[in-house]
Design a protein. Structure first.
Length: 176
């Protein structure tokens, strides 16, 4: 299905419309494609194939078949983490079900890496919310916080927000 981008903004004021990019895009409903069609379109790229397969099953809310997707062993560690994070954020399942899915997809060895990534992201999110609420935060400050990987620095900064007189006092603790 081809869709017109400007058509998404019909309710905008006419004076703004000349500044909206003009192009068509293709929207594909993966739930209407067979697994064979998906495989044919992505046969040379295993990551793309697994991604499309999982997106289709998530859209269909087909948990049992998500667990049945061929193992992701041939993918790189980063590709595996991307797919598992996608499942984590899009599936509405309990922790036990998520662990079973990860195990059955062959991503069990990534559980510590995945957990660390989620914990670090949670700490970054918390610090950003605290600073935004207390002092205001620029997008460059937020980007800098997102680049911090040292959890002890994130912990120290989050604790310092409570007594800090300025955001720079807190950001200095991140040592960037």
């Amino acid at each position: 299905m081809t869709t017109h981008f400007q058509g998404q903004f019909d309710s905008l004021n006419e004076s703004i419309k000349p500044y909206i990019p003009e192009f068509n895009y293709v929207l594909v409903d993966l739930t209407k494609l067979s697994n064979e069609e998906i495989e044919e379109k992505a046969k040379t790229t295993p990551f793309l194939y697994k991604s499309l397969q999982l997106m289709k099953l998530v859209a269909m809310r087909d948990i049992e078949n998500i667990k049945g997707v061929a193992v992701i062993a041939e993918l790189s560690k980063e590709e595996k983490i991307i797919l598992l994070l996608y499942l984590y954020y899009t599936l509405d399942v309990d922790q036990d079900t998520m662990q079973r899915i990860v195990k059955e997809l062959g991503g069990e060895e990534l559980m510590p890496s995945l957990a660390e990534k989620l914990i670090k992201q949670g700490k970054q999110d918390l610090l950003i919310k605290q600073l935004r609420r207390k002092f205001g935060l620029s997008s460059s400050d937020e980007k800098m916080i997102r680049s911090v990987t040292d959890e002890s620095k994130l912990d120290a900064a989050a604790e310092a927000v409570l007594d800090a007189k300025s955001k720079d006092e807190v950001l200095k603790l991140l040592g960037q």
